[in-house]
Design a binder for this molecule. Structure first.
Ligand SMILES: Cc1cc2nc3c(=O)[nH]c(=O)nc-3n(C[C@H](O)[C@H](O)[C@H](O)COP(=O)(O)OP(=O)(O)OC[C@H]3O[C@@H](n4cnc5c(N)ncnc54)[C@H](O)[C@@H]3O)c2cc1C
Length: 488
């Protein structure tokens, strides 16, 4: 049914199978909140859709009665939330809605299909702003599938969203400044953090980007705060060091750490064992692109080797009527996500309801985005993933945990069966075919296949593991119901 149908043109309804909006904002994190607030302020009717029960996304994930005392940038969140709350007639906050698919309608607009606890819903919208954020980037190593091994973001989400500390004696490992935030949060909540093992070099690599640093001193202040917390709790911070194995029977009882050379190969003889009951590990973030890929948005490789959505200066994607903001366009932190959301919201509202954005405000936002993007790029360049991680695993190390595909099976698919790209390897060996559809192993599989085929990972390698026709789990019954409702 075309979305200009009179039946759907009288404003959003609170219930019913299909309601129509000018803009559907998918994701209520820093980017989505800014986008929804800005678009509504420009006169658009907005559906703000998120799988989570509370707005805030990953950065401002919080407990029900949280006063924000332990959250960085809470006043910014409070401001975004106020703007949402003050426009109830323009913004419908659809919490607890997981978007499993977005369809481009033939006439115009989109049908956003969601699942909730009480079934499947569809929302019609003239335009869409995608702000789905990112998820933890994982690299496999022996023992990484043991209970007690968490993603770094996972431990953070448990702590911020549920007040749960993942373990009592915790090692934090991976790369990037996020590890500092994780270690500081866990230590502050009472865990014993046995060390932060940073595979990259010292953060002084930033010095190569003095302008970006000077323009973003607040971020440095945040880093300094975490460093002080680590010092107060006497937590060792080791650079060029990685957890290369986790050991244990039914759960983690310890990890092997080792010094790394510049390419992340283990320095022989440097291995040592550390006892712990939990490992929080994260190698940065992977932008969440299933909805963008479903909608046909062009993608590119970012400076950190991640696949990201291509956007123009207005945050407009290559797909008609689709804007993208936040980490789906490149990992850069909450502040950059807010700026991008604000720009996307204003521009999408212009397209949807014709209200031209205020030029001086837009110029300020665009300048701010440029400076924040410079800082983000400097950060990503200071903490690159080096290919030596592929040498930490043995042939029996699991790469795809859903389908239990080992490194040896992937090697065999490339070397013996002649599969030259990740899609072919997926067909032969099944990595990425399980429940998570390659969200966890996709990046590693793309890199491994490229390496075995004798090249560095390219755009096609990452695109080959990014396509997922269903973006969130849905029951067969709900799927059948959706098909029936939309087809007959
Ligand atoms: C687990 C995790 C924890 C993190 N914790 C921190 C932290 O403590 N500090 C920090 O500096 N950075 C953290 N980050 C990095 C963080 O992603 C960003 O810097 C920032 O939150 C990005 O903002 P965003 O708006 O782009 O995305 P997000 O904040 O990730 O918001 C995206 C929102 O989209 C929703 N969403 C995604 N897909 C769907 C779908 N299909 N259907 C419905 N809703 C959907 C999600 O539920 C989420 O609320 C974390 C990242 C992750 C993955």
């Amino acid at each position: 049914m075309p979305i200009s149908s009179p039946e759907f043109s009288s404003g959003p309804r609170k219930s019913g199978p299909e309601v129509v909006f000018d803009i559907a904002v998918l994701g209520a994190g820093p980017a989505g909140l800014a986008a929804a607030g800005a678009a509504a302020a420009a006169g658009a009717r907005v559906a703000l859709i998120d799988a989570g029960r509370r707005i805030g996304g990953q950065y401002w994930r919080h407990l029900a009665e949280d006063d924000g005392r332990h959250h960085t940038g809470w006043p910014i969140f409070a401001g975004l939330r106020r703007r949402i709350d003050q426009q109830p007639e323009r913004i419908e906050n659809l919490a607890g809605h997981s978007v499993w698919q977005v369809e481009t309608l033939l006439d115009n607009g989109f049908r956003v299909n969601t699942t909730t606890d009480d079934g499947q819903h569809s929302i019609l919208a003239r335009t869409v702003i995608l702000a789905p954020g990112a998820y933890d980037r994982q690299l496999p190593f022996p023992g990484w599938t043991l209970p007690g091994v968490f993603t770094a973001g996972g431990t953070q989400a448990l702590l911020k969203g549920h007040g749960v500390v993942a373990g009592s004696r915790i090692a934090v490992a991976g790369t990037g400044p996020f590890l500092l935030a994780v270690a500081a949060g866990l230590a502050g909540a009472g865990a014993e953090v046995v060390g932060v093992f940073e595979a990259g070099g010292a953060p002084t690599a930033f010095a190569r980007h003095p302008i970006a640093v000077a323009q973003n001193l607040g971020k440095l202040g945040e880093g300094a705060h975490y460093a002080r917390v680590l010092a107060r709790h006497h937590i060792p911070y080791r650079t060029r060091t990685a957890v290369i194995a986790a050991r244990g029977v039914s759960s983690v009882s310890g990890v092997t750490v080792a010094k790394l050379d510049r390419g992340w190969k283990v320095v022989e003889g440097s291995q040592r064992e550390i006892d712990c009951d939990t490992l929080a590990v994260g190698y940065g973030f992977t932008p969440q692109l299933e909805l963008a890929v479903q909608l046909g948005c062009a993608t590119r490789l970012d400076v950190d080797g991640s696949l990201v959505a291509v956007v123009d200066g207005d945050q407009r994607s290559s797909a008609e009527g689709v804007w993208v903001a936040g980490e789906a366009t490149g990992v850069g932190g909450a502040a950059l996500s807010v700026t991008e959301g604000e720009i996307a919201g204003r521009n999408a509202a212009h397209a949807a309801v014709g209200v031209r954005p205020d030029l001086p405000v837009m110029r300020r936002l665009v300048r701010r985005r440029a400076s924040q993007q410079r800082f983000a790029a400097a950060l990503l360049q200071a903490y690159p993933i080096r290919p030596g991680w592929m040498t930490w695993s043995a042939q029996d190390t699991i790469v795809c945990r859903c389908e239990e595909v080992t490194l040896g099976t992937i090697d065999e698919a490339v070397v013996e069966l002649g599969a030259a790209d990740p899609r072919a390897v997926k067909l032969y060996a099944r990595p990425g075919m399980g429940l998570c559809q390659g969200r966890v192993c996709g990046y590693a599989t793309g890199c491994l296949v490229a390496d075995r085929a004798g090249r560095t990972p390219n755009l096609a390698d990452l695109q080959g593991v990014a396509g997922r026709p269903i973006a969130a789990p849905i029951t067969l019954g709900q799927l059948a119901e959706a098909h029936h409702r939309n087809t007959f």
